[in-house]
Write a protein that binds this ligand. Structure first.
Ligand code: SF4
Ligand code: FE
Length: 483
């Protein structure tokens, strides 16, 4: 089986034995839990669209290992064309779900680990790349969703991993034996963890020699004995428990994050892809982050399309769509959104082949892409709220809308233009609320700031890659300055 159907994907999750806690209790059935299920639906979309002939070119690729058709989320980019298609696929999925569809972190992790394990083996004579390729082959054959887990909880940010008061602030190796390793620690903000089959763990920062135990990368089944999750709550999440559809804004789709805890997890050597090679941690972090910063030029633009559409609908339902300042605000939103997309495409088009054959994006442009993502969605949200008006946050509940008497009062007073049912206006406004302030705001708003690294992390990379010396040299030549 190289392409799972969406139904097979759902069934495969039902068979897993996740240990998940939410609201102080263990969740018995994550797949059908009303708060988790919309996020599962978003990942399910990555399986559904792969079977749709209309999207085949973007959603599927040919495995360089087997020559078989596979889901692009399990693919290693073999050209700049592949890198571009990845961004286009992400925009499409953002448009289809209006949320984070979670599966990209694993795709970015396999692409980063492929080239890094290859180069590590070349330099150090290790055999990680062979092990990694075997894992990848299994993931491609099974069409698995992989959670790429990088962000450690970090404790005191001024101290390196080995100097922390509690040694578990970064995931580390606590035991090694002939069969494998035992790891302890936790990864924060793990996107889509409970919708994943496997987790692929990587170090979060460049490690020094004294932090060699923290230079560890490995794969484990997401429901392995020794892993458990504490589900992260989102703004307005309990609306999903009320049985109301309109109030949620996007009742069908969503995203999720969780704290992933490794409680003395045993990992056999065949799934260990780095263990102590601290000199290669920086390269792995840089490449994974680069791929994920590219990703945002696709997914955020896709979700941005939904928000721009929702704002335009509200304007229409309010009867202000012809006003010149509203039109101009929508143009500004499109301009900002397309700028994000342009950066995603540009860093892909300027990508290059690495030693393993896998293509890497242009790191400077990918970091510029993400730096713009830390700003533009905020401005797009501001403009959407401006256009939508205060009703998007003061409107009555769906239960009131459906009430036999109160509902009639609301139908009368919540109406905008006369030929549009008032419920349409309510739905469009709740969608704006969902994307700017509700559950989807995690993926669209705050994640735009901190996902794939906070703004300062991109500025460090921009400083490193920006080649200021070259700019000074060309300025000197034109100004006629001779040293
Ligand atoms: Fe994919 Fe975007 Fe979600 Fe990251 S935030 S997993 S790139 S949809
Ligand atoms: Fe992310």
């Amino acid at each position: 089986m190289s392409l799972m159907t969406p139904e097979q994907y759902e069934e495969s999750l039902r068979k897993m034995k996740f240990k998940v806690y939410m609201f102080g209790e263990q969740v018995k059935n994550p797949v059908d839990h009303p708060i988790i299920r919309p996020s599962m639906n978003s990942v399910k979309m990555t399986y559904a669209l792969a079977h749709d002939p209309q999207y085949e070119d973007l959603m599927t690729a040919t495995s360089h290992l087997t020559g078989k058709k596979i889901n692009r989320f399990c693919h290693l980019h073999q050209s700049t064309e592949d890198l571009i298609k990845k961004v286009k696929m992400q925009r499409l999925l953002g448009q289809m779900t209006g949320s984070c569809f979670q599966r990209c972190v694993g795709m970015d992790a396999i692409n980063a680990l492929d080239s890094v394990t290859y180069e590590m083996d070349q330099k150090l004579g290790t055999d990680y790349h062979k092990r990694f390729t075997k894992f990848l082959l299994m993931a491609q054959e099974g069409d698995f969703t992989i959670d790429g887990a990088m962000t450690d909880v970090k404790g005191d940010r001024s101290l390196p991993p080995s100097k922390q008061a509690d040694p578990d602030m970064y995931v580390h190796v606590v035991e090694k034996n002939e069969k494998g390793i035992v790891v302890r620690g936790a990864k924060a903000h793990q996107t889509g963890a409970i919708n994943s089959h496997w987790v692929l763990v990587m170090p979060t920062i460049t490690m020094g020699k004294e932090d060699a135990d923290y230079a560890v990368s490995f794969a484990a089944p997401a429901d392995a004995e020794g892993i458990f999750y504490i589900y992260g709550r989102q703004s307005c999440d309990t609306r999903k428990l009320e049985g109301s559809e309109i109030d949620v804004g996007n009742a069908m789709y969503g995203g999720h994050e969780a704290l992933m805890v490794f409680d003395n997890l045993f990992v056999p050597w065949e799934y260990v892809f780095m263990c102590g090679e601290y000199e290669f941690t920086g390269m792995l972090v840089e490449r994974f982050a680069g791929y994920h910063r590219q990703s945002y030029g696709g997914c955020k633009a896709g979700v941005g399309d939904v928000l721009i559409g929702a704002a335009a609908l509200v304007a229409e339902y309010n009867g202000v769509d012809k006003a010149s300042h509203i039109r101009d605000k929508l143009i500004e939103m499109i301009h900002l959104n397309e700028t994000l997309y342009s950066c995603g495409i540009a860093c892909s088009a300027e990508g290059h082949r690495t030693a393993s054959g896998t293509y890497l994006i242009d790191l400077l442009l990918a970091n510029v892409c993400k730096q713009n993502v830390t700003r533009f969605p905020y401005e797009i949200c501001r403009l959407a709220e401006d256009i939508a008006g205060g009703m998007m946050v003061t409107m009555a509940s769906e239960k009131d809308l459906r009430h036999p008497e109160i509902g009639q009062v609301l139908a009368k007073y919540l109406k905008g233009v006369s030929d549009v049912p008032f419920e349409h206006r309510c739905r469009a406004m709740r969608l704006v609320e969902n994307l700017t302030l509700g559950t989807a705001a995690v993926g669209y708003r705050t994640e735009s700031m901190h996902g794939a690294g906070s703004p300062q992390a991109q500025r460090i990379m921009i400083a490193r890659q920006g080649n200021l010396e070259h700019k000074k040299a060309i300025a000197k030549r034109i100004a006629g300055i001779k040293d």
